[in-house]
Design a binder for this molecule. Structure first.
Ligand code: ADP
Ligand code: MG
Length: 474
């Protein structure tokens, strides 16, 4: 094998690999690799970035090893080399023990420096100058428009500090979480806008987790993952990722992890929002969750009455200074106490209704709107709520229902909770099972069958079930 040309050897390896993985995977992950040398049965291949190296090690090492051994021999070894690291030409051993020449070292995450200008911006059509990055920030979501209250004091002031000194405070990453409609997106934009105002030279980018995933999927499809990574790692000073709970796929999480590490290592600011605290998010990899806990986690809570009144007044002011009687403002603020989004919704409906029907805005009109609005919008039936009602009806403690007991009456209650969760929520079977005592989806399906059968043959069971369902819906 000594005299064999490394390119030839590599081509043979590629043929084997190609036969064993999907075409897309081959084009994306193997096409960009280059064989650099073959010395003493050690093949060195050049990867476009350290991310490729980690990805290949994590996903393709088995086939890569098999092909190299087949072509070079049983003692073949593998080394990777990445560009960007032109200061000291470092190579990385395969982390796979029996492919390693030296004992495996921890491989540093190398960050490409800014001298390479070939950054392709996934936000613009190819060809447009990459450095004009649209931050995707909404000017209306500013700090000026974000009413302060005890519900958001910590998050607001920390966000403000981040904007003064992005990447330089202890609040990196800055993690904002809350239920829906309480101002996460607004605050994230406000931080971005303020950062740009104070540091016009910095590049800020707001992106939703969905959009990020879409871009990544496109990059995989078009074999431009490397460009995607370079864009995020090289061009951005402040990265805002909204609604990270939607980043469910492992592949995109891996990419995010790399980008996160890259940005963090060089002191760039990362801002993340989510509907839950890091410890409660399901579906995110533990290594990402632990990273998210490094900085500051701040919760936005439901604003208290005074803050809700201020928010209404501010919205009226922004809406061209529309006026509204004080008692109506108070009534609205008092009755809509779920989220700021609901509050805004009720306010807009009220103004629209009054102008459409040419009626004055009065408490009476407000009452009618709120009744309609709150009833149809704010009630969301959750699995937890269903369980609470079922347990209340049968008078059994929740922990007993969720336990493993096989007592008939407990099993029946558990089945009913699962059946109604399936009927009344949009939750997938897996989550229903998980929340009903860690059962799998087949158990939930079985429970639903049992309940459906009992409805047909057992009148008193049917009555109980109807009574419970009515209680839940009311
Ligand atoms: P989330 O991202 O938490 O679901 P949003 O940021 O989209 O919530 O907020 C919902 C609406 O409520 C937006 O129109 C936002 O401007 C408004 N809002 C939330 N909090 C405040 C606040 N403290 N002051 C003013 N408006 C707010
Ligand atoms: Mg949001």
């Amino acid at each position: 094998m000594k005299n064999c040309n490394c390119q030839e050897v590599w081509n043979k390896c590629l043929e084997i690999i190609k036969d064993n993985i999907t075409n897309d995977a081959f084009e994306t992950w193997f096409k960009p690799l280059e064989a650099v040398s073959l010395e003493n049965e050690t093949l060195t291949i050049k990867v476009p970035s350290v991310f490729f190296y980690e990805w290949i090690e994590a996903n393709f090492i088995t086939i890569l090893r098999a092909s190299i051994r087949k072509v070079i021999g049983p003692d073949a070894k593998l080394l990777y080399t990445a560009p960007f690291d032109n200061t000291n030409k470092q190579t990385y051993p395969s982390l796979n023990k029996d492919m390693t020449i030296n004992p495996p070292k921890r491989v540093p995450i190398m960050i490409p420096d800014n001298t390479n200008n070939d950054v392709i911006n996934p936000f613009v059509i190819p060809g447009i100058k990459p450095l004009n990055i649209d931050s995707q920030l909404n000017e209306n979501y500013s700090f000026d428009n974000f009413v302060e209250g005890s519900c958001n004091q910590l998050a607001r002031s920390a966000g403000y500090a981040v904007a003064q000194n992005p990447g330089k405070t202890a609040f990196n990453p800055f993690f904002i979480y809350s239920n829906v409609g309480l101002g996460k997106t607004h605050l994230a934009h406000a931080i971005g806008l303020e950062t740009k105002r104070l540091h016009p030279e910095k590049t800020v980018l707001y992106v939703s987790a969905d959009q990020f995933f879409q871009q990544f999927a496109d990059a995989v499809k078009h074999h431009t993952v490397n460009n995607f990574l370079q864009f995020y790692q090289m061009a951005i000073d402040v990265l805002i990722i909204d609604d990270i709970q939607f980043m469910k796929r492992e592949s995109v999480q891996n990419v995010f992890f790399q980008i996160f590490n890259g940005l963090y290592t060089v002191g760039k600011q990362i801002i993340v929002t989510s509907d839950k605290a890091p410890s409660e998010i399901s579906g995110l990899e533990p290594r990402i969750l632990s990273r998210l806990k490094w900085g500051l986690n701040a919760e936005l809570q439901v604003p208290d009455l005074d803050t809700r009144i201020k928010i209404i007044k501010q919205k009226l002011f922004n809406d061209g200074g529309a006026t509204m009687p004080e008692d109506v403002i108070e009534y609205l603020a008092y009755s809509v106490n779920t989220s700021v989004r609901e509050l805004e919704g009720a306010l807009i409906s009220l103004i629209a209704q009054s102008s459409l029907s040419k009626q004055e805005i009065t408490i009476d009109l407000a009452r009618r709107i709120v009744d309609r609005f709150v009833k149809s919008n704010t009630r969301e039936i959750t699995i937890e709520y269903i369980q609470k009602v079922v347990c209340g009806y049968f008078n059994i403690p929740l922990e007993v229902m969720l336990s493993k007991t096989r007592k008939v009456e407990i099993v029946t209650a558990r089945h009913i909770a699962m059946y109604l969760s399936r009927k009344l929520t949009k939750e997938p079977l897996v989550s229903i099972g998980e929340k009903c005592g860690k059962k799998d989806h087949a158990t939930v399906l079985h429970a639903c069958k049992v309940v459906e059968n009992s409805i047909d043959i057992n009148k008193s069971f049917k009555k109980d079930l109807e009574a419970i369902e009515k209680k839940i819906r009311d």
